[in-house]
Write a protein that binds this ligand. Structure first.
Ligand code: ATP
Length: 306
């Protein structure tokens, strides 16, 4: 598991991380979400021992990255935002080289490379020079160097950045398939990616953690009211004025001749929606659909960072 405890970091007068704490449970896949400059890379660089923190600690399965960096790093695979590729090397030579660097026993290197090359579909480019590969393949080679020693923890900094849509889907599926065997933290500013891939979300803004939990938990905390979309046969404006007499609703708004949007306060009596439906049916408006408008991760992100 990963434990980040009260981490702070400044560059000159700029406080880049301000007392951040979070945990990632064993086998969990967590999305680390934030706008450009929020502090994602800085956190990951500290977690992986690339830079030091001013205060606080980062532990990998109980092992402190500062006190025992060799032991902690042996459990880590890191895909940084700029992957450490030796572009003049052939894929097989580079991955074998990183396996040796990470202490994979000589007798196991070929076996590990086969497993990783199969998983990442790299066999067909194994003999090619890295610098001549497409961006998608270079990213897979970068993932291979992070995975070759079968680390317990994977730290992936914007793993799909710059890839085309097909490659993005492939890398996402691959990351999902790694959950369970590895504890994974991946950073992204692509909200839909985090929603699709991760069980838990941590949102960082200007160096502070502003939300963390499952998507459902975060929604529950932020949701003070539930927005509904009501579709009727017609006369939505007249119906909106009738609905406005129900006390637990925010003023209903006719979005078109057939559609009304309204919000139900969280503390509204349980039968309020029954009353809405009765007003529609008794008034002869023709009930077509009545749906809760689900908040997207974009809405949540906007809400917690503004
Ligand atoms: P992005 O999505 O753009 O990669 P990020 O969330 O990963 O952003 P960081 O790279 O952690 O953000 O940067 C956080 C802040 O720290 C930024 O304002 C950045 O300019 C600053 N920063 C990072 N490294 C240094 C450095 N070596 N010297 C000075 N400032 C730095």
């Amino acid at each position: 598991m990963i434990e980040i405890d009260r981490l702070s970091k400044s560059y000159g007068s700029a406080q880049v991380l301000d007392d951040i704490s979070f945990k990632v449970a064993e086998g969990q896949i967590v999305g680390f979400l934030g706008a450009n400059g929020a502090g994602k890379t800085t956190t990951m660089d500290i977690l992986c021992g690339c830079i030091g923190a001013d205060r606080g600690s980062a532990r990998i399965f109980g092992c402190d990255i500062t006190d025992d960096p060799l032991e902690a790093k042996s459990m880590l695979g890191y895909l940084p935002d700029v992957p450490p590729l030796h572009t003049e090397m052939r894929v097989v030579d580079y991955v074998a080289f990183t396996a040796r660097l990470r202490g994979v026993p000589k007798a196991r290197i070929q076996g590990r490379m086969n497993e990783v090359f199969t998983k990442l579909e790299l066999h067909e480019v194994g003999g090619r020079v890295i610098g001549n590969l497409s961006k998608g393949y270079r990213q897979r080679v970068a993932l291979a160097q992070a995975l070759v020693h079968d680390p317990k923890v994977l730290v992936l900094d914007e793993p799909t950045e710059g890839l085309d849509p097909n490659q993005i889907v492939h890398i996402r599926e691959l990351i999902k398939s790694l959950a369970g065997q590895h504890t994974i933290i991946l950073s992204s500013h692509i909200l839909s990616e985090v929603e699709q891939v991760c069980e838990k979300i941590i949102i960082i803004d200007k160096g502070k953690i502003v939300e963390q939990g499952t998507y459902g938990e975060i929604l529950e905390r932020l949701d003070t009211e539930r927005v509904y979309i009501l579709r009727v046969g017609g006369n939505a404006a007249r119906l909106a004025t009738e609905l406005a007499t129900l006390p637990a609703l925010t003023p209903p708004r006719a979005a078109s001749a057939e559609t009304i949007e309204f919000a139900l306060r969280k503390d509204a009596p349980a039968d309020t929606i029954d009353k809405v439906a009765m007003l529609v049916i008794d008034g002869g408006y023709g009930l077509r659909t009545l749906n809760v408008k689900t908040k997207s991760l974009e809405d949540v992100f906007f809400q917690v960072t503004h």
